[in-house]
Design a protein around this ligand. Structure first.
Ligand code: SAH
Length: 364
């Protein structure tokens, strides 16, 4: 594979007025002042958006009608609309395809566990990282999501399910550290006591390893969990499946996560998608164990979810268990993450891709 220079610079949201649902409370106060409204309106509006999770100004019953009209004209609530949904027959998993205000579509997943509801959100429309086994990157990157668009996925799902969301994983479409500023703003708003007040400890951000931004994130000293998508124990093997590995070596990624641990004290998660005949031999598990030796970490093994555009097969159950045993025998804790809701089985980004293809009158 060529050394694709995919990740120079930040992918930016087009310069535009920040939408009202992406403002923090103090910015909301400044906006009210600027618009000539009393500042106490700021807490009311902020509460309607981030605590009551309303989707329109009409629902803000303690705000004067004229003010609601003014705001909805000048500061429309971004929001999103569900265009497709699949519920697993066991009732534990639902996948949603949402349309954004500008017509682009994204995907989110609700997973009900006994310890609470977890939502997996997208951070970008598409992705430019090019991981070979991933459906989300097939159409490239269209744009970053704003903080409010990341929140809206959670708000909409909580509204629909009528149950509190307790955990959030940023593991859907997109590379969160390629959308750094909006990601950090999203975390600030999601954990705000005037909003959903989700604990930082209940948030996981997964990255393919954008090294400079791991350092930036570490310096913020958040208590979130950082998950690193490793998928191979050496640079050579990693480059075959992840173009980002041309840009940053495993050594650089490891140095960055050591720094992350030093700053935050948070145990690191590693994601390792098992692809039959590619990265699943017991020797690869040994190499992985050697690489991770002495680190405060945990490995999530994910049998790769095949996508029709590529010829990858997942490792069988026995192979997965063997890989896990090798890690454990070398003191590395590992869990196998099997896709929940097998009957709506759609790998990361597949449902969205299917929807887009259908709209174009293409495949499926
Ligand atoms: N860009 C981020 C987050 C999105 S993907 C990252 O790379 O971490 C979330 C996880 O799912 C990553 O570990 C990714 O490599 C993995 N993944 C994507 N497609 C997959 C597939 N078809 N099968 C198994 N894992 C997959």
């Amino acid at each position: 594979m060529d050394n694709i220079d995919i990740i120079d610079g930040e992918s930016s949201c087009k310069a535009q007025k920040r939408d009202i649902a992406s403002l923090n409370l103090s910015e909301m106060k400044s906006l009210m002042k600027e618009l000539g409204f009393p500042t106490f309106r700021a807490s009311q509006i902020y509460g309607w958006i981030h605590k009551d999770l309303v989707s329109s100004y009409d629902e803000m019953t303690n705000i004067p009608k004229k003010m609601r009209e003014d705001l909805s004209e000048k500061y429309p609530l971004p929001g999103l609309t569900e265009v497709d949904r699949r519920d697993s027959t066991d009732g534990y998993t639902s996948k949603f395809v949402f349309k954004l205000a500008d017509g682009y579509v994204i995907e989110s997943v609700l997973m009900k566990y006994h310890h609470g509801n977890s939502v997996c959100i997208s951070s970008q429309v598409g992705c430019r990282m090019g991981c070979r086994f991933c459906a989300s990157t097939l159409l490239g990157l269209t744009r970053n999501l704003t903080a409010s668009e990341m929140l809206a996925q959670i708000y909409d799902i909580q509204r629909k399910s009528g149950e509190r969301v307790s955990n959030v994983v940023v593991m859907g479409t997109g590379e969160p550290l390629d959308n750094f500023d909006e990601l950090v703003r999203f975390i600030e708003l999601l954990t705000d006591e005037n909003g959903l007040n989700i604990s930082q400890r209940n948030i996981t951000v997964s990255t393919c390893g954008i090294v400079p931004n791991i350092y930036k994130l570490a310096d913020l000293k958040l208590a979130i969990t950082l998950a690193i998508s490793l998928h191979a124990p050496t640079d050579e093997e990693r480059r075959k499946i992840m173009p980002v590995a041309y840009k940053y070596s495993i050594k650089e990624v490891m140095d960055a996560i050591d720094y992350y641990f030093e700053k935050t004290g948070r145990r690191i998660s590693f994601e390792y998608s098992l692809i039959a005949g590619e990265n699943d031999a017991p020797e690869r598990a040994e190499a992985l164990a050697k690489l991770l030796k002495g680190k405060n970490c945990h490995v999530n093994l994910i049998p790769v979810n095949p996508i029709k555009e590529r010829d990858y097969r997942h490792t069988d159950r026995e192979g997965v268990e063997r890989f896990k045993r090798v890690l454990e025998s070398r003191g590395i804790t590992a869990t196998v993450r099997r896709e929940m809701g097998a009957d709506i089985d759609a790998a990361c980004g597949q449902l969205r891709k299917e929807y887009i293809d259908k709209q174009k009158g293409g495949a499926d």
